[in-house]
Design a protein around this ligand. Structure first.
Ligand code: GRF
Length: 191
């Protein structure tokens, strides 16, 4: 396993909308010697996102971007370039990125989705797999392209659904695996 020192780590921005458990996991991974990345920026569309507390705890710059106006995309691109960001990691990010932005960061945006893509794109994946009596679900890290949850898959992890599972218990089981596969996906990118 290659070792990376602070200055030769790739600078990344993590986009969040909520709790930020994937963000916390990515930050902790980024602080290890084997991590090829360093988290330099936290972007949220939601100023009340609980995950923003990690900006203070880990002394990482944060910026609230509403993604409502065209101007916010220009602002976002400027901030990313000023911070030499070379990779964007969506982590519990609930907005659909404008095509304009994706075009500027083609092939450099990853997302984690709580299903075994290409099945169950979109929202409420846990309720849907239970309703359809699926035996398995899981999570996927994929590249972001112009079509929702449809970019090239980097890594997936399957999770067995038990008869006792409800959407809440399943979300917990899947989230645990999300925290495992995001760092693996990042390592796969660089090694
Ligand atoms: C996770 O299940 C993620 O896959 C989905 O949002 C949920 C919460 O993520 N997109 P986090 O705790 O905010 O990282």
């Amino acid at each position: 396993m290659k070792k990376y020192l602070g200055d030769n780590k790739k600078k990344v921005a993590v986009f969040i909308s909520g709790n930020g458990s994937n963000l916390l996991n990515i930050i902790k991974f980024s602080l290890t010697k084997k991590s090829p990345i360093s988290v330099k920026l936290i972007i949220s569309n939601n100023k009340s996102a609980k995950g923003l507390k990690y900006s203070k705890i880990y002394n990482i710059k944060k910026k609230i971007i509403t993604f409502r106006h065209k101007s916010s995309i220009e602002l976002l691109l400027t901030i990313l370039s000023k911070n030499n960001i070379s990779l964007v990691l969506l982590a519990g990010f609930m907005k659909i990125l404008p095509k304009e932005f994706i075009k500027n960061f083609k092939g450099k945006i990853l997302n984690i989705h709580p299903s075994l893509l290409p099945k169950y794109k979109g929202l409420d994946t846990h309720a849907r797999v239970i309703k359809n009596k699926e035996k398995y679900t899981g999570c996927t890290v994929h590249y972001v392209n112009f079509k929702l949850d449809s970019g090239k898959i980097i890594i997936q992890k399957r999770v067995k659904i038990s008869k006792r599972d409800d959407p809440k218990s399943l979300a917990k089981k899947v989230l645990k695996q999300e925290h495992k596969i995001y760092p693996k996906a990042i390592l796969k990118l660089f090694n």
